[in-house]
Design a protein around this ligand. Structure first.
Ligand code: URP
Ligand code: ZN
Ligand code: ZN
Ligand code: ZN
Length: 466
């Protein structure tokens, strides 16, 4: 693809970073697409607008593979909607959000997908969906096929949250097998429910079930146990599998070992498992850090981070859940009933860039793989996650030398706290381009309106993708 006679936008002077390599280049944008990534010494084509990215990195727009937007789970509704969540995502350098269509009690999975798609019509950035299957019945295979036909080829399975969203082992097996035939991948929340229920019962009996006791109610071995079981199922049916929010080196290592046996298995972790640890549960507001799985011991966090630095973790998902401080406080005496999850769609880039690239020395190309390229590929989003001609013009400009402290008042998520309050972070975007539109620049945010597209996932190839 050659540069057009007249471009909408040129981004020049920066270092373009892809998972496969980086170097100085000019990015030429026209009609919402990247039309050329050209040698910086060539003259700029005629253009409407130029952005000078001198001294900065030009990354592909972030793809967040794990968001719960306005989620209702049990009695709690998260406080955001697609408008506020997508605006916060764009502020933070994420230009594609992938949400979960989790069925309400009695709702068919396909109907949950249709309902979520409607909610996404107000999104400011592009969106995609994971379906979710809780119970298997005779209609499920046809529903999975219908989801795939509408571009939903990833399905969430929970091995815990019994009587709410948990899928039993037989359902896990059937979904893995059926989805594989549709070029899809199952996304698994892996914690052994019986271990968690028992740990919670023991904590209640000891009078230690309040938010500050979160770690003992969801032990690390519950994660390893469920990961092992699901990996065995995936190996048995020869299907790919993706583990959301892995928190321990042991769980990550199980996935790597399975990969060496030929299992197409993938690991996601979240910013909070790399940056925060269980000492936050001794803070003034332990409930603000309650998420599933919980934040782990400092040694576990260090081991997880080492796995990330050597390339053993495929993706970074925010697991964004937008509850307010008062929602978190209301039932903080009992972790069995309080809402889980942390707000994070806006801070995913800054927190992980700081922890992995700045402090950990991770090559920025590897970081881009985890932040954008791999999540795009593992969701069949072919036009995303790469700065190259033919791809969508989603770009993030970051000055790697700049620092800013995280402050709730500066953030745009529909909540009144951030788990990173006061942390000095690098990686905040100075410019964000979404679908060719400059939505963030030195003047601030330019709301593009409800222009986000509902992306349709392509069938994924039947070999290891990352
Ligand atoms: O604590 C979390 N992660 N809440 C959201 C639901 C889930 O398990 O991802
Ligand atoms: Zn989960
Ligand atoms: Zn989640
Ligand atoms: Zn402007």
């Amino acid at each position: 693809m050659s540069a057009p006679a007249h471009a909408d936008l040129v981004v020049h002077g920066g270092t373009v970073v892809n998972a496969g390599g980086s170097g100085p280049a000019t990015v030429v944008v026209s009609g919402g697409r990247i039309v050329a990534v050209q040698d910086p010494s060539l003259p700029l084509p005629p253009h409407e607008r130029a952005i000078d990215a001198t001294g900065s990195l030009v990354l592909p727009g972030g793809v967040d593979p794990h968001c719960h937007i306005g989620q209702r789970l049990g009695e709690y509704a998260a406080l955001d909607d697609y408008e506020s969540a997508s605006i916060a995502a764009l502020w933070g350098g994420t230009t594609t959000v992938i949400d979960f269509a989790i069925p309400d009690p009695g709702q068919r999975p396909i109907d949950a997908v249709t309902e979520r798609r409607k909610l996404a019509e107000i999104s400011r950035c592009d969106t995609a969906l994971h379906g979710c299957v809780i119970d298997w019945d005779d209609t499920t295979p046809a529903q999975i096929a219908e989801m795939a036909n509408t571009g939903v080829r990833t399905i969430k399975l929970f091995t815990t949250y019994k009587d709410v969203v948990m899928a039993g082992p037989d359902t896990v097996l059937e979904v893995l097998r059926t989805l594989h035939a549709q070029g899809g991948i199952a996304y698994v929340h892996a914690e052994a429910n019986h271990v968690i229920e028992d740990a919670q019962a023991l904590a209640v009996a000891a009078g230690e079930a309040a938010a500050g006791h979160m770690p003992r109610t969801r032990p690390e071995l519950a994660e390893a146990s469920a990961v092992s079981q699901v990996l065995a199922t995936a190996e048995h049916v020869d299907a790919p599998v993706y583990f959301v929010h892995q928190t321990t080196a042991e769980a990550v290592d199980l996935v790597r070992a399975a990969r060496r046996r030929g299992v197409r298995a993938y690991t996601e972790t979240c910013p909070h498992y790399l940056y925060l640890d269980e000492r936050t549960y001794s803070s003034e507001h332990p409930e603000r850090f309650v998420c599933c799985p919980p934040l782990r011991a400092p040694e576990t966090v260090a081991a997880l981070r080492s796995r990330a630095l050597v390339g053993d973790i495929d993706t970074l998902g925010s697991d964004h859940c937008c509850y307010s401080a008062s929602q978190k406080t209301e039932h903080s005496h009992d972790v069995r009933v309080m809402p889980n999850g942390l707000p994070g769609v806006e801070t995913r880039l800054a927190v992980t860039f700081t922890q992995l690239v700045v402090r950990g020395g991770m090559p920025v190309e590897r970081f881009v793989g985890m932040f954008a390229t791999n999540p795009a590929r593992l969701n069949g989003l072919t036009g995303k996650g790469v700065v190259a001609a033919g791809h969508d013009a989603d770009l993030v400009v970051v000055d790697p030398a700049a620092r800013r402290s995280a402050r709730t008042g500066d953030l745009h998520m529909a909540t009144d706290y951030t788990p990173y309050e006061g942390e000095e972070l690098a990686g905040w975007p100075s410019v964000v381009v979404s679908g060719g539109r400059v939505v963030l620049d030195a003047d601030g945010f330019h709301d593009p309106g409800p222009v986000g597209r509902a992306l349709e996932a392509d069938a994924m190839p039947d070999h290891l993708i990352t």
